[in-house]
Design a protein around this ligand. Structure first.
Ligand code: EPU
Length: 349
């Protein structure tokens, strides 16, 4: 495609985005970078960041983007994403403003995707509701936690999820939690679906006891994982059917403290990569991650799977047919609905 055609195409896309933002009264910004929006503090420019404030608005936005053939990706607090250093020519649908109020009805807790997971853990504990206290202190949003079935210290969010709200055809639709496969750090939500929120079904217990268990989980996390450093949590999944976890494996290879430019294997927990410095690069974190993967493969014969999501800049952006079902992108920047087979997140890691 010629430069002129590219320019016209982007101008048309930008005009469509401006029209959608005005029609739905939603904030749309240019000039942001992944380095500002992710906890690893790396990653390149983003063409547009759109920040809906309600579930209805978010559902309407993605429908309009889909109808206009504009690719998008949903981002919570960016605490599990490594975006590369390139120019990302798609819309980032930031869900951070989609937080609203948590509502309680007996043992049911309704919460929107952008709500802070650590805050939710405290809110429900104070209400005497148990089931997610092991997740206390995990940085991230509820939407991100649902998307990947976040878990720690014996609790996983999927086990207590009664209802999930997703965007369909511009509307908020409820689906039963039991219709979702909640696996280890992986769910059956398809790329292209937008999670808007969920309703959790928790169990009554004494608030003091729940808070004590949460504090215990938090202090174990603080003692064994880096905090205050720029990380995306555990970088790789633990391999299935292995008695030894990935962190210990990398530690045993003597890789704690190994550095590639601005990226370092955390001296505290070896399955964490942390970045340092003003101009840290995603490229460094990726090079270090690949070096770890190669050594583990060579020395242990194990293929480590990424636990963080790798977001590639799509160069050039290839818009899909306007009006096709969903414009959310798969990890490699291609519209997710291009392949004949639906893409499962698991296969991409
Ligand atoms: N260990 C080492 N060296 C290390 C790291 C760990 O020797 O550098 C040892 C620990 O001393 C312990 C064992 O390995 O004996 C297991 O370590 P840990 O309890 O930290 O558990 P993990 O399997 O490394 C998992 C999750 C964490 C979660 C913790 C606590 C994965 C990939 N990691 O870590 O989740 O917080 O259990 O439940 O499943 C995340 O999802 O981002 C994450 C950090």
């Amino acid at each position: 495609m010629s430069e002129l055609q590219d320019k016209t195409r982007f101008e048309q896309r930008d005009a469509a985005i401006e029209r959608i933002a005005a029609k739905l009264s939603v904030n749309a910004q240019r000039g942001r970078r992944f380095a500002e929006l992710t906890s690893l503090r790396v990653g390149g420019s983003i063409d547009w960041v759109i920040s809906p404030e309600t579930e209805e608005q978010a559902a309407a936005v993605v429908h309009e983007l889909d109808m206009a053939g504009v690719g998008w990706r949903a981002l919570g607090s960016g605490s599990n994403v490594l975006a590369d250093d390139g120019d990302h020519h798609y819309v980032v649908l930031s869900l951070k403003e989609l937080k609203g109020e948590v509502t309680f009805a007996g043992e049911l807790v309704k919460v929107s995707a952008g709500y802070s997971l650590p805050r939710l853990c405290i809110d429900v504990a104070r209400q005497g509701l148990s089931g997610i206290e092991g997740l206390g202190g995990i940085p991230g949003t509820v939407g991100g936690a649902l998307w990947m079935n976040a878990g720690a210290f014996g609790h996983e969010i999927g086990t207590v999820t009664d209802i999930v709200r997703v965007a369909r055809e511009g509307r908020v639709v409820e689906i039963p939690g039991s219709s979702i496969k909640w696996n280890y750090r992986h769910t059956s939500f398809e790329e292209g679906s937008l999670l808007l929120g969920g309703t959790l079904r928790l169990q009554r217990d004494d608030a003091e006891k729940i808070l004590a268990r949460m504090e215990d989980a938090k202090s174990r996390r603080l003692a064994t994982q880096p905090h205050g450093a720029r990380s995306a949590g555990c970088f790789f999944k633990n391999p299935p059917a292995q008695s030894i976890g990935t962190g210990k494996m990398i530690d045993d290879m003597g890789m704690k403290g190994t550095r590639r430019g601005s990226a370092v294997v955390s001296p505290i927990h070896a399955n964490f990569i942390v970045t340092e410095g003003e101009n840290a690069l995603a490229e460094d974190a990726l090079a270090l991650a690949e070096e770890i993967r190669e050594r583990v493969k060579r020395e242990q014969g194990i293929d480590l799977e990424y636990e963080v999501e790798l977001w590639r800049a799509n160069e050039p952006d290839r818009p899909k047919e306007p009006g096709s079902p969903s414009g959310q992108l798969a990890w490699n920047g291609e519209p997710a609905d291009l392949p004949a087979e639906p893409i499962e997140k698991e296969k991409l890691k």
